[in-house]
Every structure is written in C-alpha cells, then in structure tokens.
Design a protein around this ligand. Structure first.
Ligand SMILES: [Zn+2]
Length: 317
C-alpha cells in the first residue's frame, strides 16, 4: 500500500510517467517489483540533458533548503571530542595521524523511527533532477533485522575508526530512534561541512538469489559535475576493500561488476563532495543476511570503508 501511495503522490505532484526508486527498498514487499525501475542512465541523463518523457519544467531547480548554523552545529558538535588536546605533545601526536585535519561525511541511510511516521517520510523533496520522497524505511532481513539499524551500526564503527586517525567526522544522524532527516537535508549537511569525501551506508533488499556489494555512483547533473571522476575512483576503492577486507563479493544482480550509476537519488545528485552509496549486501539473501546482522561483520565493513577512505585521502595502498 505504501508504494502505491508513493506512486500516486509522485505522479500527481510531478506529472511524470517514470518512477525513480530510492536506494534500497522502501518496504520489503515492494523490493522486487520496484528494482526493475533501476535502469542505467541514458547518455542524455549522463550529460545532464532532460531524459525523454520528462517535462522540462520538472528540471527547474528549486532553491536548496538551507542548513542553518544550528543544524550544522548539532551535527558536528558530537565530533568535538575528537579534537586534539591542547598539550604540545598531543598536538604533535594529532598532526602525525594519517588524516588529521581532514573531514569525512557519513550518511547512515534511513532511520529507525521512519517506520512510525509515513506522513513525514513521504513528503516530497527536490533531489536535483526531480521530486523524491523525503526518506524511506529501508529494507530488513527476513527475520526483521532492519537496514536502518545495520547502517547506523556500521556508521558508528566507521566514525570511531576515522576519529582515531585524526579525522573530523560529520554524521547525518546520531541515533537510530529518530525520523529523517530528509535525503536532501542530509546532502546539504555534508556539502556544508567542508568534507573531502563522503559515504552513504546502506544494505539492499534485492532478489533472494542475488548477493554482494553494489556501489551506487553519481551521474553529472550540474550540481555534482566536479566530483564525478573522484567519486568513481573512490567507489572502486570501496568495492575492492569490501571484497578483500570484508569478504563481500561484487553484486551478482545489480549493475556491472558491482558498479551502478544512479541519477535518481538526492544524496548523489546534490553532492558537491566526492561521494558514493554502498549497498553493503543483500538483506533478503540468506548468505548475506547471516553476515550483515553480526557485529563482527559490521566492524569488518567499517574497517574496509576506513581503508578505502584512507586510500582516497592519502594515496595509501
Ligand atoms: Zn537503504
């Protein structure tokens, strides 16, 4: 029912026949039927031109929602504990850390409270190309372990890893009990943070027979033009580290060799920071699900992502 509602609202508001699907699945039941909407972008969309059938008026860019100083402070304030201490010795130690002074954005997809407030998450926002719902619930394993929880756990482990290496970390949410924020707000928070790289952490709700990692890459749309090449480079690093460190193979069902270009997601359309979305595995596949739900794997994935970020920022092998 929820998918039908989303479709109806979307068609009314945007007036388009094509429905673009958010990353992951909005609801478990909608997953398989909506994944066929994930067609690779055409050459027209790759160059920023309006795809056929999409009214030109839809592409009118609205003013991005502003991120208030208070909101940015709220997001970054919890990273204050990572600031170097004032003593000379600790300052020297901090400077010696591999990514001291660098800023990394982490967006743990969805939120645990999204299940409770459909009116909030179904409101429409501008994603840089078209209207999209504010957020979705995300998927879950057959046993009910939610993607929102998984994303939050991996993000927390990754943030800790990055801070020990001197980085300032900007998270788009700090608990798994709230609702939202909307995907456009998440993008603007990271854009405004001064991050040098960012990662959106998700897990997929794909066909039960498929498994593995998919890297969702941005497609040039004007706003994100300057970070396309860097994001592709970063994405390949993440894919490789997910395989070698976390032992997760490239997706057997999404994209080509685990790489997918997506032009329908606010996080990738609105970013001005090199950024990818990692679908860490398929929660509807028994093999992947058994790994994804364990804290051991979640730590291992965080380590893999940390290695990729370090490689991207410093050139480390
Ligand atoms: Zn997701």
């Amino acid at each position: 029912m929820q998918l039908a509602y989303r479709i109806t609202v979307r068609l009314l508001a945007v007036g388009i026949a094509a429905l673009a699907m958010s990353a992951c699945a909005a609801q478990n039941s909608s997953t398989s039927s909506t994944r066929t909407d994930r067609t690779p972008p055409t050459s027209a969309s790759a160059t920023g031109a309006a795809p056929a059938g999409r009214p030109s008026g839809v592409r009118r860019r609205s003013t991005p929602p502003a991120v208030t100083p208070g909101e940015l402070a709220a997001v970054t304030s919890t990273t204050a504990t990572t600031a170097p201490a004032a003593s000379p010795s600790s300052s020297r130690q901090h400077r010696a850390l591999p990514i001291a002074g660098r800023t990394v954005g982490i967006d743990p997809g969805h939120n645990g409270g999204n299940f409770t407030d459909p009116s909030y998450i179904n409101r429409l926002i501008w994603n840089g190309r078209e209207m999209e719902t504010c957020n979705t619930t995300g998927t879950a394993t057959d046993a009910g372990y939610t993607e929102a929880q998984f994303n939050f756990n991996v993000a927390s482990f990754l943030a800790a890893d990055l801070r020990t290496q001197g980085a300032r970390v900007v998270l788009t949410r700090h608990t798994n009990t709230g609702v939202g924020p909307c995907v456009n707000k998440r993008a603007h928070l990271i854009d405004a943070s001064g991050a040098q790289v960012a990662i959106d952490i998700h897990a997929d709700g794909g066909p039960p027979g498929g498994r593995g990692v998919a890297i969702l890459e941005p497609v040039a749309d004007g706003i994100n033009n300057r970070i396309i090449a860097a994001s592709e480079r970063f994405g390949r690093m993440v894919l490789r580290q997910m395989e070698t460190v976390a032992g997760m193979p490239p997706s057997t069902y999404d994209g080509t060799g685990g790489i997918v270009f997506r032009d329908d997601l606010a996080g990738l359309n609105l970013t001005t920071v090199p950024e990818i979305l990692v679908e860490s595995g398929n929660m509807r596949n028994a093999t992947d699900a058994a790994r994804l739900i364990t804290p051991g794997f979640q730590r291992l994935e965080a380590h893999a992502l940390d290695r990729a970020i370090l490689q991207f920022l410093t050139g480390a092998p």
